[in-house]
Design a protein around this ligand. Structure first.
Ligand code: SF4
Length: 442
C-alpha cells in the first residue's frame, strides 16, 4: 500500500499552484494523494498570512487531520509558517513547520524527521528568500483552466502588506522554463492559463526580461488557448501589454488592476506607486484600446487615516470609472507592518459599513457591465460542469455565461451572442464565427 498524503491550501492562487506542484513531488515518490477528509499518513497544510484568523484556522485544520489519523505526520508550511513559525510549532500535533523556501523540500524534511522529536522548524530568513520555485496548478474540478506561477515575492513596501516578508524579494522564472511549463499545460488539454505571482507585472526584473517579452512568446505558440493575467499593478500595465492584448484573442480582454484607495492622501500613506489621476488615465486608455474590456479592481476600506471624506472620494472615484467589478477587502491589522503603528485607526464597525457600501457598488457595476454586453458577441470558453441542465463558461472579458448543456461544448471556445442577463450568468446563443484565425509561428 502506498503512503497517503493529503493537502489543505489557504489563501491565493499562487499557493494553490504551489500545492499542486508539491503534490506532484509526492506522486513521484510513490505517494497516493487523497482528499483532506480522508485518512492519510501525511497532512500538508499550506497557509496564508492575509487571513485574519490564520492561527485559529490552522489549529482547526491540524485538529481535523489528527481526528482522521492521530498517528499522521502534520506539516505546516506557507506564508504564515514563514512569518510565525514558533506560533505554529506550539500547536499540539504539528511535526514540521517549513518556511516559504522549505515548502518545496517537504519530502526531504519528512525523511529526516525522527520519531518523537518535538516539532521541527525549518525557515530561511525572509531576507534570504532568493530562490525561484516554478509551479503550476491544475484545478481539481476543471480541465479547462490552470494556474502558472511566473513570479514570486515583491520589492514594494505597501504599508499594510506582509507579503514581502513572507515571500521575499521579487524573482521570476526564466522565459524558457515558463514556455516549457506553458506548453506542458496546453499538452494536458488546458485552454486557459492564468499567469500568477505576487506582483506579476514585475516579472523578469532580476533576469533582464519583461512581462511583455514572455507574453509575446506565449501568444506565438500554436493552439487555441487564452491567457489571463491574474492581477497587475497599475504602474506596470504598459502600453505594450495593452496593445498586445488588443491585437490577439490569446490574451483575455480582462485585467484585474488593484486600486486600493481613491484618495491620494491614503495612497500616499499606503506607499502605493501611483495617484488617482494616473489610475484614471490608465483605465480610460485601456477601454479605448480594448472595446468591452472587463476590469476588476481591488480596494481596501478602513485603512489607517481613512476619514469619511477619503472613503467617499474612493466611492465616487470608482463609481465614475468604467470598471466592471470590485474585490473589496476590509483593512485588518497585521503584525510587522507600518500601518499597524499608524494613527487614526478606523473603528471596526465603520470598516464594515464601508465594505458593505462598496460591495453594493460592485454589484451595480457588474450589472451595468453585463447589461452593456447584452446583444453583443463574446468569446466563451465553456467548462465541464453541468448544473441545472446548463453548461457554464466565462467570456474573454470575464462574464459568466450559460447555455443548455451540450457535451460537445465542454472545454471548447465558442463565439456567442449574449441574449439575457440572469442572476447566475448571462444566457447566450451560439454564433458560428471563428475565434482563432490568426497565424501562429510557434
Ligand atoms: S505590491 Fe504592495 S500589496 Fe502587492 S504584494 Fe507588493 S507590497 Fe504587498
Amino acid at each position: 500500500m502506498p503512503n497517503k498524503v493529503a493537502f489543505y491550501t489557504l489563501g491565493c492562487k499562487l499557493n494553490f499552484a504551489e500545492t499542486s506542484s508539491i503534490g506532484n513531488q509526492f506522486l513521484k515518490e510513490g505517494y497516493e494523494i487523497v482528499d483532506f477528509r480522508n485518512k492519510a499518513d501525511v497532512y500538508v497544510i499550506n497557509t496564508c498570512t492575509v487571513t485574519e484568523n490564520a492561527e485559529k484556522e490552522c489549529r482547526q485544520v491540524v485538529r481535523r487531520a489528527l481526528r482522521l489519523n492521530s498517528g499522521a505526520k502534520i506539516v505546516v508550511t506557507g506564508c504564515y509558517a514563514q512569518l510565525r513559525p514558533e506560533e505554529i510549532a506550539a500547536i499540539d500535533g504539528v511535526d514540521l513547520v517549513l518556511g516559504s523556501n522549505e515548502k518545496f523540500e517537504i519530502i526531504n524534511h519528512l525523511n529526516q524527521l525522527e520519531e518523537g522529536n518535538p516539532s521541527c522548524i525549518h525557515v530561511t530568513p525572509s531576507d534570504k528568500l532568493s530562490q525561484f520555485h516554478p509551479a503550476y496548478s491544475t484545478g481539481a474540478d476543471s480541465r479547462t483552466r490552470a494556474f502558472l506561477k511566473i513570479q514570486d515575492g515583491c520589492d514594494y513596501k505597501c504599508s499594510f502588506c506582509t507579503i514581502p516578508l513572507a515571500r521575499g524579494k521579487s524573482r521570476s522564472v526564466d522565459i524558457q522554463t515558463a514556455v516549457d511549463n506553458f506548453k506542458a499545460l496546453l499538452d494536458k488539454g488546458y485552454k486557459e492559463i492564468v499567469l500568477t505571482g505576487v506582483n506579476v507585472g514585475d516579472y523578469g526584473k532580476n533576469i533582464n526580461a519583461r512581462l511583455i517579452d514572455l507574453l509575446e512568446k506565449f501568444v506565438n505558440l500554436n493552439g487555441e488557448f487564452r491567457i489571463r493575467i491574474s492581477s497587475i499593478e497599475p504602474n506596470l500595465l504598459s502600453d505594450e501589454i495593452l496593445e498586445l492584448a488588443a491585437s490577439t484573442k490569446k490574451i483575455a480582454n480582462h485585467f484585474h488592476i488593484p486600486l486600493q484607495s481613491g484618495s491620494d492622501k491614503i495612497l500616499k500613506l499606503m506607499h502605493r506607486r501611483y495617484k488617482t489621476a494616473g489610475y484614471e488615465n490608465l483605465i480610460y486608455k485601456a477601454v479605448e484600446k480594448i472595446p468591452d474590456l472587463g476590469i476588476g479592481v481591488d480596494v481596501i476600506v478602513g485603512s489607517p487615516g481613512e476619514s469619511g471624506e477619503d472613503f467617499l472620494a474612493t466611492y465616487d472615484f470608482i463609481k465614475s470609472l468604467p470598471v466592471s467589478y470590485l474585490h473589496v477587502f476590509t483593512y485588518s491589522e497585521r503584525p510587522d507592518t507600518e500601518a499597524i503603528k499608524m494613527e487614526n485607526q478606523v473603528p471596526v464597525n465603520e470598516r464594515r459599513r464601508r465594505n458593505n457600501m462598496l460591495r453594493i457598488l460592485s454589484e451595480k457595476k457588474r450589472a451595468a457591465f453585463y447589461e452593456k454586453m447584452k446583444g453583443k458577441k463574446a468569446e466563451v470558453l465553456f467548462e465541464a460542469a453541468e448544473k441545472d441542465g446548463f453548461i457554464y463558461g466565462f467570456t474573454s472579458n470575464y462574464i459568466r455565461v450559460k447555455y443548455p448543456f451540450n457535451s460537445a461544448l465542454v472545454n471548447n471556445f465558442k463565439t456567442v451572442n449574449i441574449t439575457e442577463v440572469t442572476n447566475n450568468g448571462c444566457l447566450v446563443e451560439l454564433d458560428n464565427s471563428k475565434i482563432f484565425s490568426e497565424v501562429s509561428n510557434g
